[in-house]
Design a protein. Structure first.
Length: 89
């Protein structure tokens, strides 16, 4: 399956697109994604995630790597998504 953006009809479920953090780095914004959720059968709680060094070209680059990983570069952080506490955001 080709790499893509959260708005593409054909893409991996885990293609969450690029994120933007607030000035304190505590709150992030992801594009709307109807294939993932925090609460129901599409919950991502307990799933792994990776943050890559470069902006993801969302599969729109002109090379093979774009369709594989969006030319997003090496993973610089990874972890497991857990429930959050509102006071920290």
């Amino acid at each position: 399956m080709p790499h893509g953006s959260p708005n593409d009809d054909i893409r991996p479920v885990g293609a969450l697109g690029n994120i933007q953090a607030n000035d304190k780095g505590r709150s992030i914004h992801l594009a709307k994604n109807e294939l993932v959720s925090l609460w129901d059968e599409y919950s991502i709680i307990g799933k792994s995630c990776a943050l890559h060094a470069n902006e993801d070209d969302l599969g729109r680059g002109d090379d093979e790597e774009s369709l594989l990983n969006g030319n997003s570069g090496p993973a610089i952080a990874c972890g497991v998504i857990t429930e959050f506490i509102d006071a920290l955001i």
